[in-house]
Design a binder for this molecule. Structure first.
Ligand SMILES: Cc1cc2nc3c(=O)[nH]c(=O)nc-3n(C[C@H](O)[C@H](O)[C@H](O)COP(=O)(O)OP(=O)(O)OC[C@H]3O[C@@H](n4cnc5c(N)ncnc54)[C@H](O)[C@@H]3O)c2cc1C
Length: 358
């Protein structure tokens, strides 16, 4: 006997839980996650930063929509932190490009030192700044969506990989025991694998590994008030987190979908580049990890029905902005699946349609 659902969501990261929460008032929903816990992969490994100008111009529209809903409906998720880009000798072009792409304003190095006392003015030649950059409480956000799911009757199955998909007439059968009218592919780095399992064409969604280290640094300064610090040459970024600093080498390494881990050399390089720009030294490497940022070829999310099977819904290609786009993305999914209008105009949602690859 098949267990029946209106919508089956594959993937328990931010994409899956946010869309399941959004749709939970409309339909009987099941969510399947292959790991023991939700958010085991990319969604527990991010830098947890919200930068409204991060991503291409289409993605930035999703950032803004998400920002407004996050501020109004989910108080406490965003905390202002600020962001500073730092240039050392000889990277003037990269610095200008970086500052322009993130809409940063040039500030004097003395002002930069006031805002971030750990920076080393012997190394920092220029600085640019933006106040309205936020920390995202990603754990709280995931838990909030999970609770919303559970209170609206979503069934969440962890330790439950979907490894067989069959399409009969207008219904999907999952693992030969679950039936669903609609399938949502929110499987992150595995999005193309799920399409192949469904006998559909992949969208060339490519995972890229990015590493991160948690470090203790030797300083008497109050770390918690530091902004996010970026090397404008894109070789490192860092921010305070729970009493220590997290430092990333900003690596972009293409790979297959897998449970990613950090490469020691990447971590060492990131820490070295960070240390060249600050007065202090790293005392201790507490932990390190890596996660996958998965991008479609045009770096925009893929949201909408597949052109060869309209009840296969893509929610993929979240890249480096899965948290800061999640509410706009789930809103687009609700609008399309339930044929409704919202604050997201069609002119925006159309840009993310999988039909662009057909
Ligand atoms: C180092 C780093 C820094 C980042 N910084 C930021 C940031 O500052 N701000 C921001 O907004 N974003 C950031 N991101 C990006 C963000 O983390 C991702 O865009 C987001 O987590 C992707 O969410 P997801 O749900 O699509 O994927 P995931 O979290 O990977 O979830 C997909 C889930 O699908 C499951 N799955 C796959 N196949 C199956 C199957 N067959 N059956 C069942 N389950 C399956 C997987 O186990 C996985 O849990 C960062 C990412 C990294 C790696």
């Amino acid at each position: 006997m098949l267990e029946k659902f209106d919508i089956a969501v594959i993937g328990g990261g931010i994409a899956g839980v946010s869309v399941a929460a959004r749709l939970s008032k409309h339909a009987k929903i099941g969510l399947w996650e292959q790991e023991d816990l939700l958010a085991h992969h990319s969604s527990s490994r991010s830098a947890a930063v919200f930068i409204s100008d991060y991503g291409n111009s289409d993605v930035c529209e999703l950032n803004l929509i998400t920002f407004h809903e996050m501020q109004s409906k989910y108080p406490g998720i965003l905390q202002q932190r600020g962001l500073m880009s730092l240039e050392k000798n000889g990277e003037i072009e990269e610095f200008d490009k970086h500052a322009k792409s993130l809409s940063l304003s040039l500030i004097s190095v003395n002002e930069a030192k006031e805002k971030a006392p750990i920076i080393d003015l012997k190394s920092v030649k220029q600085a640019a700044w933006r106040e309205d950059v936020f920390d995202i409480d990603t754990d709280l956000l995931i838990q909030t969506f999970r609770k919303e799911c559970l209170s609206n009757g979503v069934q969440i199955f962890t330790n439950s990989a979907i490894n067989k998909l069959e399409r009969n007439k207008d219904k999907w059968t999952l693992n030969s025991k679950i039936q669903s009218d609609i399938l949502i592919n929110a499987s992150g780095a595995w999005a193309d694998n799920i399409a192949q399992l469904a006998n559909l064409k992949p969208k060339n969604i490519q995972p890229f590994k990015r590493s991160m280290a948690r470090v203790e640094i030797d300083t008497s300064n109050n770390l918690s008030s530091l902004p996010v610090l970026f090397g404008s040459d894109n070789t490192w970024y860092a921010k305070p987190d729970a009493g220590s600093m997290i430092v990333s080498p900003a690596d972009v390494s293409p790979c297959e979908a897998h449970d990613a881990w950090a490469d020691e050399e990447d971590i060492a390089l990131g820490i070295y580049n960070f240390e060249t720009m600050v007065e202090t030294k790293v005392k201790k490497l507490t932990s390190n990890w890596a996660g996958l940022r998965s991008f479609a070829p045009d770096q925009s999310l893929v949201i909408g029905p597949d052109s060869d099977a309209t009840n296969f819904f893509w929610l993929a290609g979240q890249g480096g902005y899965g948290f800061q786009t999640c509410l706009a993305a789930s809103q687009i999914a609700e609008d399309i699946l339930f044929n409704q209008t919202s604050q997201v105009p069609n002119s925006i949602s159309e840009k993310f349609s999988p039909y662009r690859f057909a």
